[in-house]
Design a protein around this ligand. Structure first.
Ligand code: ADP
Length: 675
């Protein structure tokens, strides 16, 4: 059998199984977050590099154009110096240049004394027209004077005359002949014009372009598509002859957006979806694992329950084919499960002699009538042994409420049957012993009770014999003696019947008994015995005594037993003290719980003697069978009396007689208790 791995081991393997995909997913997510950031940085770098390259390009373009202008002016200068070009022709050529280069404001030809020879525009006041501050003006003049080489010199930019923010850049090209300066050509550029004419439109579209002096003061600015965002900027030195300006470009493109890339966005969304489905899958698997665990537990519990059942279980499908048996059933029939599962009748556990019964029941079951109560039958074990079983059948219903077969619980009742048989045998034995005991009881009672009538018969017949033997036969007396003997013989017969009924606990022959009559009928016998013992008998019988429902003979016997005991107790007393009183009275019945009279009444009879009395020691065993203090006593009298009185629903007890002797008292419920 394969054992399940321990729980902790299972848990750790599950943990590892989950840890790897989670780690991979985290790495994937980290990469996804890092990628756009990296892309943004790369894009920013790329744009910056592009800006730098474009700025360089613009700077080159400006340099190139200024260089070209200078070159043309030098050619014109050359013609002026060597070809003696007239001022008007020079002006024409200057104008040609000016027309094709709008950044040039004016071109002026100075002679070696700095006098204007020709100019593209009227200069009423050259210094003012140049809009040069006086110190610059003087510097310029000074510089013009000082410099005698062939180099072009540019002056620091200065405000245009009459303008507040338009700056001019003036450069002088010397006119040299045979190492002698013959004047200058001064070309003035509008810085704004330089930017507008020389910077290409496509660059100006995306960038703000500025020219700054060495103090970072903006001299000219071009912002075709609005001001720059100051995110991508680049400064490039614009080296002119004698002046260095700064060309600043400021892109109006903003910082690249992090998630601008739709692809990245969709990848992030997809990975979020992946994460969500992974979590859902994880939760689902966890739920399944929990359900599986609960199911496994249930199955283990069910198997344990089935294995521990002592009741056999058997399931059959609608065709009567065995589909399931539990271990207890297999143990019962002695066949392993695989030998019986899948079988259809006749089954290997059917006893051949009961085949018909099985077949009949099986047919009934197939027709759908399942007995609601259990039924008994016999099965046969694999070793051929028969055993009784008690079977309960019930329909097997599936989860849709449809019947799919039958389920039976089978109880092996062999032990129960054995126990029942044993009980029956024991009961039989018990009955036999009870019968024997009853016979013994009858015998002892009869022996006791028949004493009196037999003694009476004996004394009557002895009297009759004496009478006959005396020779003087008084027939009346003889007849009386024989009649009395006859009555006692009949009484003996009654006693035998009553005792028999009483001992066998059959319903006594109860009748309405008048107590006064009962006492009177027993009195002759009492007196007979009293006479022999010199005892005086007195009766005090109340007049309004109600009747009782009783077996008359039994009650007489009780009275006779009590009077006989009383007479015998007085034998040790002087004859004059021997007095026997029989008192009958009506007594109310006192409620046990309330202590109040209940309204019902009872008849109480007291037998009072003046005998030796009863010691405490004797009193303890007074009613025990076979207890007697007399040499010839049987010790059954009081026991029979109490049983007989209780049998009639009454009580018997005793107490000491205050005048000496004992009082025995019994009471019986009256029939008509209404006063
Ligand atoms: P038995 O008369 O055969 O001894 P009983 O059951 O009638 O058996 O009486 C049991 C004993 O109770 C007697 O032996 C006697 O000692 C005592 N006893 C019964 N009645 C009296 C009585 N009236 N006075 C004194 N002792 C009595």
């Amino acid at each position: 059998m394969m054992l399940n791995p321990p729980k902790t081991q299972r848990w750790s393997s599950q943990k590892w199984r989950w840890l790897i995909p989670i780690l991979l997913l985290l790495m994937f997510l980290a990469t996804l977050i890092w990628l756009p950031w990296q892309a943004q940085r790369m894009e920013a770098n790329e744009r910056q590099e592009q800006l730098i390259a474009d700025t360089l390009w613009v700077e080159q373009a400006i340099q190139f154009q200024l260089g070209r202008n200078e070159e043309i002016l030098r050619l014109i200068g050359n013609d002026i110096v060597h070809e003696r070009l007239s001022p008007s022709l020079a002006t024409d050529r200057f104008r040609q240049l000016l027309n094709s280069n709008h950044e040039i404001l004016r071109i002026v030809w100075f002679d070696e004394h700095d006098s204007v020879i020709s100019s593209t525009s009227e200069l009423a006041h050259p210094a003012k027209d140049y809009a040069l501050p006086s110190h610059l003006e003087s510097n310029r003049i000074e510089s013009i004077r000082i410099e005698a080489d062939n180099k072009t010199r540019c002056l620091p930019p200065a405000l245009e005359a009459g303008s507040k923010n338009a700056y001019l850049l003036s450069c002088q090209i010397p006119l040299i002949k045979e190492n002698q300066r013959h004047g200058n050509i001064v070309v003035s550029y509008r810085l704004q014009g330089i930017l507008e004419e020389m910077a290409p439109w496509w660059f100006a579209q995306d960038n703000q372009i500025s020219l700054l002096d060495s103090d970072d003061k903006v001299l000219a600015e071009r912002a075709a598509a609005g001001p720059g965002k100051s995110f991508y900027t680049h400064n490039r030195a614009l080296e002119l002859d004698g002046v260095t300006l700064t060309l600043r470009t400021n892109s109006n493109k903003s910082e690249p957006k992090l998630l601008a890339n739709l692809l990245v966005l969709s990848v992030v969304l997809l990975s979020l979806g992946l994460l969500w489905s992974l979590i859902a899958l994880w939760r689902d698997i966890n739920r399944r694992l929990a359900a599986e665990g609960a199911l496994r537990q249930q199955v283990a519990f069910r198997t344990a329950m089935e294995n521990s059942l002592i009741t056999g279980l058997r399931a059959r499908d609608m065709e009567g084919r065995l589909t399931y048996v539990n271990p207890s059933f297999c143990k019962m029939i002695g066949h392993p499960a695989d030998q019986v599962i899948g079988r259809i009748p006749p089954m290997p556990y059917w006893a051949p002699e009961a085949f018909e019964e099985y077949q009949e029941r099986f047919t009934k079951m197939l027709s759908g009538s399942v007995p609601s109560k259990g039924f008994e039958t016999i099965y046969q074990r694999a070793n051929g042994e028969r055993f009784p079983v008690l079977i309960y059948e019930s329909p097997l219903v599936n989860e849709h409420g449809k019947q799919t077969g039958w389920m039976s619980s089978i109880l092996d009742i062999s032990e129960l049957k054995n126990a029942q048989e044993l009980t029956r045998q024991q009961q039989e034995k018990l009955h036999a012993s009870a019968r024997l005991a009853t016979m013994g009881e009858i015998a002892s009672m009869l022996a006791h009770e028949l004493n009196q009538p037999l003694a009476a018969i004996s004394s009557y017949t002895a009297g009759a014999i004496n009478l006959i033997q005396s020779g003087n036969v008084d027939l009346t007396l003889l007849q009386s003696a024989l009649e009395k003997a006859n009555v006692q013989a009949q009484r003996a017969g009654h006693i035998i019947r009553s005792v028999h009924n009483f001992v066998k606990k059959t319903e006594p022959r109860r009748e309405q008994v008048n107590i006064v009559n009962l006492i009177h009928s027993a009195l002759p016998l009492v007196e007979l015995q009293a006479q022999v013992s010199n005892v005086q008998v007195q009766c005090q019988l109340a007049e309004d005594l109600p009747d009782v429902l009783a077996d008359k003979v039994l009650l007489e016997q009780v009275l006779l037993n009590l009077t006989r005991n009383a007479i015998e107790a007085m034998l040790s007393c002087p004859p004059e003290q021997r007095q026997l009183r029989i008192v009958a009275s009506r007594e109310p019945i006192i409620g046990l719980t309330t202590g109040l009279t209940t309204g019902a009444a009872s008849v109480q009879i007291q037998v009072i003697d003046t005998g030796h009395g009863i010691t405490e020691e004797t009193a303890k065993q007074l009613f025990s069978p076979f207890f007697s203090t007399k040499s010839s006593g049987m010790g059954m009298g009081l026991n029979i009396c109490r049983t007989a009185i209780e049998f009639h629903g009454g009580t018997l007890d005793h107490q000491n007689n205050p005048a000496g002797g004992t009082i025995f008292r019994f009471s019986l419920p009256a029939i008509n208790t209404t006063p």
